[in-house]
Design a protein. Structure first.
Lengths: 303, 290, 539
């Protein structure tokens, strides 16, 4: 048994040599620090250290699981993430395909470059602009008023029910172009002769997209979908802190900002870590479910 | 081959849609540029959208005459280039090995990786590990901890898996070993995805200042984005003095902030058009070799 | 592979463990190298030099020691040259965890580490006795020293901007809030009295009827307030500024924590603002607007009244507006006042100051660090830091230092360049702001602020009992305090958008219930303990 393993291992030593540096890096920089998760069960202070801090059992978990507000926060997080997923995710794919269809090389380059620029703007700068535009004398209201679509300014920002949409749409606006890059790379890998052949067969453009482009990038779509499902509990902290205000707080507080307000700014790492462990467990579960489902539906697994 | 009628209509609509899309996207960018060329005090009055109202180059002069930023640019460029190359080699090699289903230990590795994607030990333990390795306050702290990324590996692995097995087989029959296959066949065939990962990691390296903030005290090792970060926070400096004492401090105008953002971010923003040719060349190689 | 994981984890634990322990304690401090004397500052006798690292927990502080005239003078005097290290909470946390600290550390007075100072800092009283008794005798302010003495009898951190009762008695302490009106409109309306609810509303209505225009040609908005979501006071003026103006007490009559939000007079005035909002007299976007939006309003003269919770942060906006529109500048007048006879009481800088500076247990040279700190804290050190050397950078006029004319002009024309090359007043981490304020008087403020600052002189009141109110809370209570603050923000937003007084009362009742459900009683209890402790130290 052992010698068989050894033999097999030696026969693929090149492959093993390629993977081991990464394993070692992962152990050092990801696994070793995980001993820090222990502080979720402690009343941790950096001054007392991991060994000197008092153990408090599940108190930190009780602190948020017993907090009524937490469930509201959880709802907000899931809602915003799902909206981003349901609207933003397909949009990235559609946009990638459309950009790919642009005939004029320079226009294509230009469109793509412009489309991903907002990704580089920080939320601090962008958030301020968005708030100004959505204000009662801002661009959006001025436009709607001048088109006589509304009779008095809408209060987008102080209406809690509008927040999910503002968060979703502003995030899509910022990231959709950036999100197309990977799909464009995948589309570039599709064999051009397939399109030529389909054209000869008389397939119209939409058909070619449907039967050649989409299946050609199916793997990447599935991969990105599964990864996105695994991250639904992480809603953008920076975005939330910038767009949040007293009026919309009920709908704008998400897990990350909750941890920021109640844990990190108070120097309470134990609380923050406990919430972190909770989200991780939920996320891994979701990821696994998504992976199994896609395996069943498309008989390809991302791992 | 010519275009059919449907395709022509499609293209017209597509072009119109793209123009609409660009105009939505581009507006804030123009706004930022306009502000950066406007007098800082005048900009406080608001109402600047597409063009500066009181044109000035002072904001840019202020930034460019500060000698510290040139060194910071150097640091950023170095960490971006070295970081990207290292990241592609390490993560790419692992992804290739992992794309082989018969790799021993593959399942364990995947499981470990998934765990690392979700469970983060936290800032403090990570700091202690990095520091104990002697990386704190060294250039390599920018590079080594992020040489490997499980997320990027998954993406690369999925691309490698989709490459036709036949090419590799024929190379092996010609006597090429695994490394030769990887460097001479897999890499050229995967230019689009490698360029994508390079872009992702390059942008990360260019924009990240958190590592510097945490691990670096030597000012000569500060990257350019740390400079922008300091400037953005200095705008709130007066507010930090909650004690209500009047501090006479040089005012950081919004215009100066915007100009700094443009200076520090423009180089990485403009890198994409140069990478675009790799997206096309990958396709050609793929087409020819098939 | 499993073995290697275990091995590495073990290594990591050892690393983590070695982080702590092995610190100096005060018992092991080396003897002083010079004869010390409580009447002479030790820096005068100790000619040794030292290089010390000074960590400032504020990212934006980008000053470099030794580049400017101010720090060069200080190094000449003390023999100490500083390397500034900068960072924010992230860096501070990791530094504390790793157990390797720089020589001197400065953090905000409300930083969570302050309460555990005995674990990382050397007691200043012990250091001073050993190396520089002049610190306790003369450099530091006695009231400040007393206030910062902990239960164990030691002093760990020394603040900057600590203003004591005797500073208040000496005068020259200004408050930072203001009820500003556009002068031209105010005069056109015949300088209406806005101190009563009726007068307030009718003046705003009159301003609206006047149909005055701002610089953009839009109708002037009768009243605006400081932004809700950015700046030093959350919720515009509704956290404390309004309450301060109408003189809502800080403490109950028996010296306990007083709930200002439910105060009847405060509630009455809140409803006045609600009324103003319903009548369209306020800025529509009051609750959601950003600082940039507010800046645009003030610099275009869009408000008749601007109720400011932080005058200092309006320096640039008010200056710009006043310079371009002489005769229309914003001036401070009496604003909302008590309907029950309380006097307006504006907070000035408190005895707790702003930051605290510690000499750490890892300090390479505790003796020089102590001498340096003592120098910086002293009146002489303050003067060097703020004005430089007599005859070189300033001269004494009527017993007060006055900066040379060329430097003053440099400062006014190129503030950033002045900071970098001259650097006077920039090394302010243990500055005595009350001293500087007395020396400079109104001149410390730009012209556009002077009238408003002058106005505050009559109303500024020392309110030290609430100092460090939430610094020493238990983790649970500090979490609850944050939740209650957040809920108050939501409540105030609801109240200001209410359509009737009934809705206001309902929102208040919900708030009261919310805080009751979230550990309010325990929070008040802990706050009372702090107040009691403060009162003892203030006697």
């Amino acid at each position: 048994m052992k010698s068989k393993f050894k033999h097999k291992f030696l026969s693929q030593w090149e492959l093993q040599a390629m993977v081991w540096p990464s394993i070692i890096l992962m152990i050092i920089f990801c696994f070793v620090p995980m001993f820090g998760l222990i502080i979720a069960f402690q009343d941790y202070s950096p001054l007392s250290g991991f060994t000197g801090s008092e153990f408090v059992g599940l108190d930190n978990f009780k602190a948020f699981l017993g907090d009524k507000d937490f469930y509201n926060v959880l709802t907000n997080t899931l809602a915003i993430s799902l909206m981003k997923l349901l609207i933003g995710f397909p949009l990235e794919i559609v946009l990638a395909i459309l950009i790919n269809q642009i005939r004029l090389g320079i226009f294509k380059k230009f469109t793509q470059t412009i489309s991903y620029l907002p990704h580089f703007l920080s939320w601090v700068i962008l958030g301020g602009m968005i708030i100004s535009w959505l204000g009662s004398t801002g661009l959006v209201n001025s436009f709607l008023l001048s088109m006589h679509l509304i009779s008095e300014p809408l209060s987008f920002l102080s209406n809690p029910d509008a927040y999910w949409w503002i968060a979703t749409l502003s995030d899509i606006w910022k990231e959709v172009g950036w999100g197309t890059i990977l799909y464009l790379a995948a589309i570039a890998g599709i064999d051009p002769s397939l399109y030529e052949a389909a054209k000869v067969d008389g397939a119209k453009i939409l058909k070619r997209i449907w039967y050649i482009t989409l299946p050609g990038i199916k793997n990447i779509i599935v991969l990105m979908f599964v990864l996105r499902v695994g991250s639904v509990l992480g809603a953008n902290l920076e975005q939330t802190l910038v767009l949040q205000n007293s009026s919309n707080m009920l709908r704008s507080e998400v897990i990350d900002s909750y941890v920021y307000h109640l844990g990190l700014t108070q120097g309470d790492f134990s609380f923050a870590t406990a919430v972190g462990i909770f989200s991780s467990v939920v996320s891994v579960t979701l990821l696994m479910i998504a992976n199994v489902l896609t395996k069943k539906l498309s008989d390809s697994s991302i791992f | 081959m010519g275009l059919d009628k449907g395709e022509k209509i499609f293209n017209v609509f597509n072009a119109l849609f793209m123009l609409f899309f660009i105009s939505i996207i581009v507006f804030p960018l123009i706004n930022i540029i306009a502000l950066s060329f406007n007098d800082g005090y005048d900009a406080m009055k608001g109402g600047i959208y597409l063009f500066p109202r009181k044109f000035t180059l002072v904001n840019y002069e202020t930034i460019l005459k500060d000698s510290t930023i040139y060194r910071a640019f150097g640091v950023t460029a170095a960490k971006t280039v070295i970081g990207v190359i290292g990241h592609l080699v390490i993560t790419g090699a692992a992804a290739y090995a992992m794309s082989k289903p018969y790799l021993l230990g593959r399942k364990i590795f995947i499981r470990m990786g998934v765990i690392t994607m979700f469970f983060y030990g936290g800032m403090i333990p990570t700091f202690l590990v990095v520091k104990s390795l002697g990386l704190a306050n060294s250039f390599w702290v920018y590079i080594i901890p992020v040489l490997f990324s499980f997320y990027d590996m998954i993406i690369l692995m999925n691309f490698f898996r989709s490459l036709p097995e036949s090419i590799e087989e024929s190379a092996k029959i010609d006597g090429a070993n695994v490394f030769q296959v990887f460097f001479k066949i897999i890499i050229p065939l995967s230019f689009p995805v490698l360029a994508t990962i390079a872009l992702f990691h390059g942008v990360y390296q260019w924009n990240d200042f958190f590592v510097a903030k945490l691990y670096v005290t030597d000012k000569t090792l500060y990257p350019i984005q740390y400079y922008l970060y300091q400037l953005l926070t200095s705008a709130g400096a007066a507010n930090t003095a909650k004690a209500g004492v009047y501090i006479s401090k040089a005012f950081t105008t919004q215009s100066l902030q915007q100009a700094t953002m443009i200076v520090t971010t423009l180089p990485i923003m403009l890198i994409y058009p140069f990478l675009q040719k790799y997206f096309i060349s990958g396709m050609l190689v793929g087409g020819v070799k098939e | 592979m499993k073995k290697s994981i275990i091995l590495l984890t073990l290594v990591a634990f050892v690393v983590a463990l070695s982080g702590c322990g092995g610190k100096n304690t005060s018992a092991e401090l080396p003897d002083s190298t010079i004869e010390v004397d409580k009447d002479t500052p030790s820096w005068k006798n100790d000619k040794a030099t030292a290089e010390l690292d000074w960590y400032i927990n504020f990212d934006w502080f980008a000053q470099t020691w030794g580049n400017d005239v101010s720090s060069q003078y200080i190094t000449e005097d003390t023999g100490v040259s500083i390397t500034y290290l900068g960072g924010s909470d992230d860096k501070l946390n990791t530094m504390m965890a790793s157990g390797e600290l720089p020589d001197i550390i400065t953090v905000d007075g409300s930083n969570p580490f302050v309460k555990d100072a005995d674990k990382f800092a050397l007691p200043l009283d012990v250091l001073a006795e050993k190396y520089d008794p002049y610190f306790l005798e003369k450099s530091a302010k006695p009231e400040t020293l007393k206030f910062f003495t902990r239960d164990d009898g030691h002093i760990y951190g020394y603040p900057n901007f600590s203003n004591t009762k005797s500073d208040y008695e000496k005068g020259g302490i200004y408050a930072n809030q203001g009820f500003l009106v556009r002068k031209d409109i105010y005069e056109q309306l015949g300088k209406p009295d806005m101190t009563t609810p009726e007068g307030f509303i009718s003046a705003l209505e009159a301003a609206q009827k006047l149909d005055a225009k701002d610089e953009l040609g839009k109708a002037v908005i009768p009243i605006g307030v400081s932004p809700f979501n950015e700046g030093s006071e959350p919720n515009g003026v509704f956290n404390r500024t309004l309450a301060d103006f109408i003189g809502v007490p800080m403490l109950t009559e028996d010296g306990k924590y007083y709930d200002r939000y439910t105060d009847a007079d405060f509630q009455k005035w809140l409803k006045v603002f609600v009324d103003a909002r319903q009548k369209g007299l306020t800025d529509r976007d009051m609750i959601t607007m950003t600082k940039d939006d507010k800046d645009a309003r003030v610099t275009n003269g869009s408000y008749f009244v601007y109720f400011a919770s932080d005058l200092n942060s309006e320096t640039d906006t008010l200056t710009l507006w006043a310079n371009e529109n002489p005769g229309k500048e914003y001036i401070a007048v009496n604003g909302p006042s008590s309907t029950t006879g309380n006097k307006t009481a504006l907070p000035g800088t408190s005895i707790e100051g702003w930051t605290q500076t510690f000499i750490t247990k890892d300090c390479k040279n505790p003796q020089k660090a102590m001498e340096f700190l003592s120098y910086m804290v002293s009146e002489y050190g303050n003067t060097v830091m703020n004005y430089g050397r007599e005859g070189e950078t300033y001269t004494m006029v009527d017993g007060k230092p006055v900066l040379n004319a060329d430097l003053l002009e440099f400062k006014q024309t190129d503030p950033a360049g002045f900071e970098k090359e001259i650097g006077l007043t920039t090394h302010l981490w243990v500055q005595d702001s009350a001293l500087l304020s007395r020396q400079m008087g109104l001149d410390q403020f730009p012209k556009a602020l002077q009238q408003a600052k002058q106005w505050t002189l009559d109303y500024v009141m020392p309110q030290f009992e609430l100092a460090s109110l939430d610094v020493y809370l238990s983790k649970e209570s500090s979490r609850n305090a944050e939740k209650i603050n957040q809920n108050w923000s939501q409540t105030i937003a609801k109240i200001l958008d209410a359509k009737s007084d009934r809705e206001v009362d309902q929102a208040m009742n919900e708030f009261i219930k919310y805080r009751q459900d979230n550990g309010y009683d325990k929070l008040v209890e802990e706050r009372n303990k702090q107040i009691e402790a403060n009162e003892k130290k203030l006697d």
